[in-house]
Design a protein around this ligand. Structure first.
Ligand code: NAI
Length: 421
């Protein structure tokens, strides 16, 4: 195995590539950018290998020899434990800070004990505050009658809400102290033996996420951005999230935006060409609306917990987790990772579906680096493979009479589609 960096002082990106730079607040991507990758645990190494190969083929198709990605392996999880004696070496975080772009496979998180999520640790360490999850239909077998109408991008806040990890076990001295404080200061009495969690939602974190979502909507000519919240009940957290998101829309993006109220008062219910409708939906309604009226939604802006629920539901509409891509982005750094986990039962068997990892890589290359041609090529290859029934077992089992391809065979098929375009 090639050596992987365990120590910050040994960090040396591959000499044949150049680092992405920030110039005047903009990302400047060289023609041979160094991109870090983490294989991850379980099925991670197989699907990351597949994603790298498919991306390389598409970059070659799009730009010939003019551009290429120089991949740099860094480690986290079991491989890091084995080679560096720790699960998340500081060198890994620093390497991503250097490259500003990374693609990772899934990492194991023990349930109900053991270490905290390495994925969350990476997002927190690099302040990757926006979790961006496109949900698209590529013709795969899907349980929903309107699957072909699904085309969402979910912007989920990544650093706050009940995920912030501010919680204390029932009966603990900390919980007891908080309960005493609430009783003494506010006359709020909780039952004995109550677990307590804190739900922080700030103006700063809400507004920077909203900004990213509106910038995306403008760039991609989306027609609607919907704020998902439960502000009728949680007025000062989710209600505030809604208010701040509207504030960003109507102050920073005024010339692009039409609110729902304006739509009826000024425009007779017809959205003018080139404008973006911003509206909001209460979370429970939103969860059913994307099933009953998926065509009404494009960009969904949500606090952390709502974003978690709706992205799984949305992905289920179009056939599930093997296709579900994601990217965690900060102001200048992005780390792509699929929504799914390590699928331990398939690890090492060459059967997992690499599409979610590939599409996560597409987000990184097409959106973060701005090499959009690569995204178009890969998405078209995936569409053709599915139309020709060349799919892995998770999709094949819903397609009568179809023999599944192995991960490596499916990867090869995608590369052949790309080369023949
Ligand atoms: P999972 O996503 O690994 O698996 C859920 C189901 O989907 C299983 O039946 C699995 O076999 C199937 N599946 C997942 N990905 C697939 C693929 N690419 N192709 C075909 N089938 C696929 O979720 P689970 O079982 O809850 O978690 C397993 C481990 O992954 C846990 O340690 C968990 O903490 C971790 N995890 C890591 C994530 C990350 O690194 N971002 C995200 C989610 C879970």
């Amino acid at each position: 195995m090639t050596s992987v960096p365990c120590d910050v002082k040994d960090l040396k990106p591959p000499a044949e590539g150049q680092l992405i730079e920030i110039v005047n607040g903009q990302i400047k991507v060289p023609d041979n950018p160094v991109i870090a990758y983490i294989e991850g645990d379980g099925i991670g190494p197989e699907i990351v290998r597949s994603a790298k190969a498919v991306i390389d083929a598409a970059v070659k198709k799009a730009y010939g020899n003019k551009r290429r990605i120089v991949w740099w392996e860094i480690v986290a999880g079991e491989k890091a434990q084995e080679h560096c004696g720790e699960l998340l070496p500081k060198a890994t975080i620093e390497a991503i800070r250097m490259t500003k772009a990374a693609m990772k496979g899934p990492l194991t998180t023990p349930v109900g004990g053991g270490y905290r999520s390495l994925n969350v640790a990476i997002r927190m360490a690099l302040d990757l505050y926006a979790n961006i999850r496109p949900v698209r239909y590529y013709g795969q077998p899907a349980p929903h009658r309107y699957a072909d109408k699904v085309n969402f991008v979910i912007f989920r806040e990544n650093t706050e809400d009940l995920y912030a990890g501010i919680e204390w076990p029932p009966g603990s001295p900390e919980a007891q102290k908080v309960m005493e404080f609430l009783k003494k200061e506010f006359g709020v009495e909780l039952r004995p033996n109550t677990g307590i969690g804190v739900k922080p939602i700030s103006e700063f974190a809400t507004k920077r996420l909203a900004r990213k979502a509106f910038q995306w909507a403008i760039k991609h000519k989306n027609r609607v951005v919907t704020i998902m919240h439960k502000g009728n009940i949680m007025k000062y957290t989710e209600g505030a999230f809604m208010k701040w998101a509207y504030e960003v829309a109507t102050t920073e993006f005024r010339e692009y935006i039409v609110t729902e109220q304006e739509l009826y008062e000024k425009y007779n219910g017809q959205l003018p060409e080139g404008k973006i409708l911003v509206n909001d939906r209460i979370a429970d309604n939103m969860l059913q609306q994307i099933i009953t009226r998926p065509w009404d939604y494009e960009i969904i802006l949500a606090p952390n917990v709502n974003g978690d629920y709706i992205s799984d539901e949305a992905n289920a509409l179009v056939g599930g987790i093997g296709m579900a891509a994601g990217m965690n982005a900060g102001d200048y750094i992005a780390v792509a990772e699929p929504v799914h986990g390590t699928a331990p039962k398939y690890a090492g068997k060459d059967v997992a579906n690499p599409t979610a990892e590939i599409l996560s890589g597409v987000l990184l290359i097409a959106e973060h680096l701005g090499w959009s041609e690569v995204g178009k090529i890969i998405e078209e290859a995936i569409r053709r493979a599915i139309a020709d029934k060349k799919v892995t077992q998770d999709l094949a089992r819903h397609m009568p009479g179809v023999t599944p391809l192995k991960t490596s065979e499916y990867t090869q098929a995608l590369i052949e589609y790309i080369e023949s375009m």
